[in-house]
Design a protein around this ligand. Structure first.
Ligand code: ATP
Ligand code: MN
Length: 520
C-alpha cells in the first residue's frame, strides 16, 4: 500500500503560513520606515524650480556647489548653484547660528546641503533667498587646490580642466543649450513621422573616408599577423576584415530610407582629419536625415525648416542661458576695434535666422560673385578665385554669408569632381545635385545632396572615382531592387551649437573635445 500524504491544499495551514505572516510584518516595518524617513527628511528642491515659482515662507532643502561666499562679521551670503539654471541661489547665513569650524569649509567649489526658509530678498540681483537653518558640507574643496576660483578664466585654461569646466556659468549654459538642441532634433523629426535610425558606429566600408578613418582592431600593433606579401592579415582580426569608426551614417541611412521612407540618424562620427581648425573635431555628433521621394528642392526646404525650428526652439526654451551668453559676448566685443564688432547681438542674430529666408544660389553664381568681389580683386583671399571648378574655402563661404548676402546661404549644383560619388549627376553632366548650407560665423553647417538612384550612372561614377564596387554590393542592392529618388543631408551638431551659443571654438561646445594632438 502506498503511504497517504495530506492533500496539497492543507499545506498553507502548516509551516508555510508562519513564514507568510513574518513576511507581512517585515514588509509592514519597511513601509513604516520609508514613510518615517520621508517625513523627517525634506525633499530636495532644484534651484531652477524654486526660482521659477518660489513659495515665500516655505521650509525647503537645496543642494549644490558654492560659487562665491561674501559678507561681514555677522552675515555671510553664499551663491549656491546646482546646474539646473544659470542663476545661483542666495543663501543667507546668520553667523551666530553656525560654527566657525563649519563655515571655514564653505568655500568656492564645496558642495552643500542647506535647509532653510524661502524669503523675499532685500538685496539687488535676486528676488528670493534662503535663510539657512541647517548647513551640511557634503564635500569640501580645498581653496589652495581648487582651480576654479571666482574670477574670469580663459577658455584655453578651462579646456585644460575640461572635467571641471561644466561648473562655470558659461559652460553650464552651453551644455544646457546642447541638451535642449538634442531634444529638439528628436522632437522635430518625431513630429514629422521620421524614424530614429541607428547606423553602425563600427563599419567595414571606407568608401567615404579613405585616409580619414580611425581603425578598429584587436590585433597587437607590435606583432601583427602578415600575408605573404607582407601586408597585415586582417582575416585574423576581430571582425575578420578591416574595420573603422564611421565617418558618416549616410550610406546605411539610405538603406533605412528605402524601406521606412523617412529616417534620421543622430550619432557620434569620427574623422581622423588633421585640420586643426576651430570648426573640426575628431569626434563629433552628426544628424543625418534621409528621405525617399525627396528631390533637391524638397531637401533644401527640409534643411531650412529644420535649422529655423532649432534656432526658434533655443529662443523659446533657453532664454536665460542665451541672455547670459549674449551679455558675455557684448563684454568681449568691447575689447575689439569698432569695425570688427558684430552688428547684431546673439539673440538678434538667432531671430534673424529664424525669421528670414535663406539665400539659394548655384555654385556657378557664387563663383561669379566671388570672382568679382573686392577681396578677390585686391588679392585678400588666401585662395584666389580665378575660375570655375575650385572647391570653396571657408574664407569664400564666409564672404558670401557675412559680407555679400548677410544671411544664411544654400549653395547647390557643385562641380561633380569636388563632391562625393553618390551625389546625383545633373542634366548638364558637369554638376551634381549637392547642397551646402552656410551660416554666419560658422561656414558650412549642413552638407547634403540628392542621391544618384540610377544604377548605371552610379556604377560609371564609382569607376571614375575609384570606389571599390565589390565592397559596396550591399549599397548597390538598393539601386538594383526597387530604387527610388531620394535625398538627405548631414548637420554637424557642434557647428549648430557654435551658432546658437555664439561660442567661437568647437572645442568649447562639447564636454570632452577630441582633436588632432589633444585629448582633454
Ligand atoms: P568641412 O568642409 O567643413 O570639413 P565636410 O564637407 O567634410 O565639411 P560633410 O562631410 O558634408 O562635411 O559633413 C556634414 C556636416 O558635418 C558638415 O556640414 C559639418 O557641419 C559637419 N562636420 C564635418 N566634419 C566635421 C568635423 N571634423 N568636426 C565637426 N563637424 C564636422
Ligand atoms: Mn571635412
Amino acid at each position: 500500500m502506498s503511504p497517504s500524504f495530506p492533500p496539497i491544499q492543507t499545506l498553507p495551514f502548516s509551516g508555510y503560513s508562519v513564514v507568510n505572516q513574518w513576511k507581512k510584518w517585515l514588509l509592514c516595518g519597511q513601509f513604516i520606515g520609508i514613510i518615517f524617513r520621508r517625513v523627517m527628511k525634506t525633499k530636495r528642491t532644484k534651484i531652477k524650480s524654486l526660482l521659477d515659482s518660489p513659495e515665500i515662507g516655505a521650509e525647503i532643502n537645496v543642494k549644490g556647489w558654492v560659487r562665491t561666499k561674501r559678507g561681514n562679521k555677522f552675515l555671510n551670503f553664499i551663491a549656491l548653484n546646482d546646474g539646473s539654471s544659470i542663476n545661483s541661489l542666495q543663501i543667507v547665513v546668520d553667523l551666530e547660528k553656525f560654527s566657525e569650524e563649519l563655515m571655514k569649509d564653505v568655500t568656492t567649489g564645496a558642495c552643500l546641503s542647506v535647509n532653510g526658509k524661502v524669503a523675499k530678498s532685500q538685496g539687488a540681483g535676486q528676488s528670493v533667498e534662503i535663510q539657512a537653518s541647517e548647513i551640511k558640507v557634503l564635500g569640501v574643496a580645498d581653496p589652495e587646490a581648487y582651480p576654479l576660483q571666482p574670477k574670469k578664466h580663459s577658455f584655453e585654461f578651462l579646456r585644460e580642466i575640461a572635467h571641471l569646466r561644466p561648473r562655470t556659468n558659461t559652460f553650464g549654459a552651453v551644455f544646457r543649450i546642447r541638451h535642449a538642441m538634442a531634444f529638439a532634433v528628436h522632437k522635430f523629426f518625431n513630429d514629422k513621422g521620421f524614424y530614429y535610425w541607428h547606423s553602425p558606429i563600427i563599419t567595414g566600408s571606407d568608401a567615404e573616408g579613405a585616409g580619414e578613418m580611425f581603425r578598429v582592431t584587436t590585433l597587437d600593433p607590435a606583432n601583427t599577423p602578415k600575408n605573404e606579401d607582407g601586408s597585415i592579415d586582417y582575416r585574423q582580426d576581430f571582425f575578420e576584415t578591416e574595420s573603422n569608426l564611421t565617418v558618416s551614417g549616410q550610406l546605411e541611412g539610405e538603406l533605412g530610407a528605402l524601406a521606412l521612407s523617412d529616417i534620421y540618424t543622430f550619432g557620434p562620427t569620427f574623422r581622423a582629419e588633421n585640420s586643426n581648425t576651430s570648426r573640426h573635431l575628431a569626434e563629433f555628433w552628426m544628424i543625418e536625415p534621409e528621405m525617399a521621394f525627396y528631390d533637391l528642392e524638397d531637401n533644401m526646404d527640409l534643411a531650412e525648416e529644420f535649422l529655423k525650428y532649432l534656432v526658434q526652439y533655443a529662443l523659446d526654451h533657453c532664454a536665460e542661458d542665451l541672455t547670459f551668453l549674449e551679455k558675455r559676448l557684448i563684454d568681449e566685443e568691447k575689447n575689439k576695434p569698432a569695425v570688427e564688432r558684430s552688428e547684431m547681438t546673439l539673440t538678434e542674430k538667432l531671430r534673424f535666422v529664424a525669421e528670414n529666408d535663406f539665400e539659394r544660389l548655384t555654385y556657378t553664381e557664387a563663383i561669379d560673385i566671388l570672382r568679382n568681389s573686392k577681396p578677390n580683386k585686391k588679392g585678400k583671399f588666401q585662395f584666389p578665385i580665378d575660375g570655375w571648378g575650385a572647391d570653396l574655402q571657408s574664407e569664400h563661404e564666409r564672404y558670401l554669408v557675412e559680407k555679400h548676402f548677410k544671411k544664411p546661404v544654400i549653395l547647390i549644383d557643385y562641380p561633380k569632381e569636388i563632391k562625393s560619388f553618390y551625389m546625383r549627376v545633373n542634366e548638364d553632366g558637369k554638376t551634381v545635385g549637392a547642397m551646402d548650407v552656410l551660416f554666419p560665423g560658422v561656414g558650412e553647417i549642413v552638407g547634403g545632396s540628392q542621391r544618384e538612384e540610377r544604377l548605371d550612372v552610379l556604377l560609371a561614377k564609382m569607376d571614375e572615382m575609384n570606389i571599390p564596387k565589390d565592397e559596396m554590393d550591399w549599397f548597390l542592392d538598393t539601386r538594383r531592387f526597387g530604387t527610388a529618388p531620394h535625398s538627405g543631408f548631414g548637420l554637424g551638431f557642434e557647428r549648430l551649437i557654435i551658432f546658437v551659443t555664439g561660442m567661437s571654438n568647437i572645442r568649447d561646445v562639447i564636454p570632452f573635445p577630441r582633436s588632432a594632438g589633444s585629448m582633454y
